[in-house]
Design a binder for this molecule. Structure first.
Ligand code: ATP
Ligand code: MG
Length: 575
């Protein structure tokens, strides 16, 4: 190996073995550009959210792409807030976006705001007016729409299109000075009212909007349109590869037009497919509606597909990054199964989440031949997938709780858990055999009695080699910690919540059973100190994450994702 070769490659930003990573078309474009030295070997990207809501998992895909590719090629990524629409933007959103990007594990190089560029954008607009490439229009928004034409018909010139440059300069200055009311005038680019691309039919560059901006306050009463601000912001930051979603493909000619007219740095825009996930919605506007209408508890409701929601639910940044890597990017919009995201969450939590025992729907079990007042500390493995995770002690005593589901008075075929006369293993405990049961007036089993075999301590097989077919979890009643567990199902009842019947909006598709609260849960004592955000596997049940809420002093857990339930499958097949 020749060390000098290696450093030459590293300088150029070309990875030594590009083939060893799964590629995608965006990465291939960057690799090509590095080979041809298109941007002098530079890779500069940006993630450009509009601070008008919380980020969702779709944004995570864009973030992984923007930051991931720059990281891979020794480049840089800016976080830029595209804050050109003051009526919908708030500092709360800016703060949450920064928190979410960091939580996903990425670090931006520059932190910018499109509003930092308002003065420069204004100067460029004046430059375009002077060059006869922009004009002040007095048509209303409605009239502009009517004049625009359609996909099959060319548009019509505005009667104000040929205003003299001096008049345009004067009016534009007075727009800025606040002389005109909202909606009365716009500045438009003078391109081509007959262009087959509607975005090139004299798009609006500035509108009058007497609204305070979350950063520039009352300094401005005209604001640049996103389409005028975006490309130039990229250019100012000397962004080399500007990735965005496919709906902006038709806007690219407009961005390039501005860049050409102004003679500024030519950032290259590359469009990729938007992430859609089944059983949920990835649109800030619609998610905001759910928050405003109180259909969910807030942006970070664990059912929400927002980064803050899935964080509170217990998803890990690693799982999200792995998922985004696996779905890749393409040139056609499609839909990804929510189950795939859940698969990556399970896979990651399986490696890192400590195992504990928790009983969600408790049934009292008395072990009649176990000495009263005796307590044994049983050794339990924290994580069989991680030898370094060690063991802990779990107290065992005469009265325990098991899941109601783990007992059947009349067991169906293939049901091997506890039932009268049946012996099962209590995980890390003992073999126990059911001897009798107690029912209430409603004929419901409220207590089960068992005997235990002292020769099976730790849940080990007895000397006679006797086997049992089921192992169940339990919690010692005297030591149990009270908990509330929130079980989540899909937020929407159908795969594509955007599909609605006439007269209904997407909220008609909300799943009324998306949240079930179990408030009588019993969990092992080690969980008394669980801090918000700690993740666990509740043995045999799924992955759970401690929540910041603590009603009535209870520990609260959110179900992140269930384990695969083989019994449910068997039961279904039997029907
Ligand atoms: P929304 O419709 O949810 O408000 P948006 O595209 O308006 O989304 P922005 O804040 O403008 O949201 O998005 C910032 C970046 O994230 C953009 O580059 C955008 O293309 C990308 N992005 C937004 N939604 C998705 C998605 N579902 N999948 C992939 N990338 C996305
Ligand atoms: Mg947007």
């Amino acid at each position: 190996m020749n060390p000098s070769n290696t450093s030459t490659h590293a300088d150029a930003g070309v990875p030594e073995e590009p083939e060893s990573r799964p590629s995608n078309f965006v990465r291939d474009i960057i690799l090509d550009d590095l080979k041809t030295n298109k941007f002098q070997g530079r890779v500069q990207t940006r993630f450009p959210p509009e601070p008008n809501g919380y980020l969702h998992i779709g944004h995570a895909k864009a973030i992984c792409l923007d930051f991931g590719l720059a990281d891979e090629f020794g480049g840089h990524t800016n976080l830029r807030f595209d804050d050109t629409n003051p009526s919908k933007e708030e500092t709360e959103y800016v703060d949450s976006i920064m928190e979410d990007v960091m939580w996903l594990g990425f670090h931006w190089d520059g932190l910018f705001y499109a509003s930092d560029y308002f003065e420069q954008l204004y100067a460029w607009a004046v430059q375009l007016i002077k060059a006869g490439k922009a004009y002040v229009d007095d048509l209303s928004a409605d009239e502009i729409r009517k004049y625009r034409g359609t996909l099959t018909e060319p548009g019509k010139d505005s009667p104000f299109r040929n205003r003299p440059v001096e008049e345009n300069l004067n009016l534009f200055e007075r727009m800025r000075a606040g002389e005109f009311p909202d909606g009365s005038r716009t500045l438009r680019a003078k391109i081509d009212m007959a262009s087959p691309n509607l975005n090139l039919r004299d798009p609006v560059m500035y509108r009058v909007l007497h609204t305070e901006h979350h950063r520039t306050g009352k300094n401005w009463c005209i604001y640049p349109m996103y389409d005028y601000a975006h490309g130039q912001s990229d250019s100012l930051e000397r962004v080399t590869h500007s990735m965005c979603t496919l709906e902006f493909e038709d806007h690219r000619p407009l961005y390039n037009w501005f860049i050409q007219q102004l003679g500024i740095f030519p950032s290259q825009q590359i469009e990729f497919d938007r992430l859609n996930l089944t059983y949920t919605l990835l649109s800030k506007r619609k998610l905001l509606q759910l928050v405003q209408e109180k259909r969910v508890s807030g942006w970070d409701d664990p059912r929400m597909p927002t980064i803050s929601g899935i964080r509170r639910r217990g998803y890990t940044p690693e799982a999200i990054r792995n998922f985004c890597g696996a779905i890749g990017v393409s040139k056609t919009n499609g839909s990804i199964e929510l189950a795939m995201l859940e698969h990556f969450v399970r896979e990651d939590l399986n490696k890192r989440a400590p195992r504990v025992m928790a009983v969600l729907r408790p049934l009292k079990v008395v072990i009649d031949n176990y000495p009263e007042n005796q307590v044994e500390e049983m050794d339990a493995v924290n994580n069989p997938e991680d030898a370094d995770a060690g063991t802990r002690k779990v107290p065992f005593s005469r009265v325990i709780y098991i899941e109601q589901d783990d007992f059947r008075e009349d067991p169906p075929k293939q049901y091997f858990r506890l039932s009268p006369g049946r012996e099962v293993r209590l995980r890390y405990g003992y073999f126990v055999t059911c001897t009798s049961l107690v029912k209430n007036d409603n004929d419901e089993v409220v207590e089960v009695h068992c005997t235990y075999d002292p020769a099976t301590r730790g849940g080990n097989s007895p000397p006679d080699g006797r086997k049992v077919k089921a192992t169940i979890h339990w919690v010692s009643a005297a030591h149990a910690v009270d908990a509330e567990v929130r079980l989540y199902e899909n937020l929407f009842a159908c795969e594509d919540p955007n599909r609605t019947s006439e007269g209904e909006d997407f909220t008609a598709n909300l799943n009324p059973l998306s949240l079930e609260v179990l408030s009588e849960c019993k969990v092992e004592p080690s969980l008394a100190v669980a801090t918000a955000g700690s993740r666990y596997q509740f043995e045999r049940l799924g992955y759970f994450c401690a929540d910041r809420d603590s009603p009535a002093g209870k520990v609260v857990f959110n179900r992140t994702v269930a384990l695969k339930d083989t019994w449910a499958k068997i039961e279904k097949k039997g029907k």
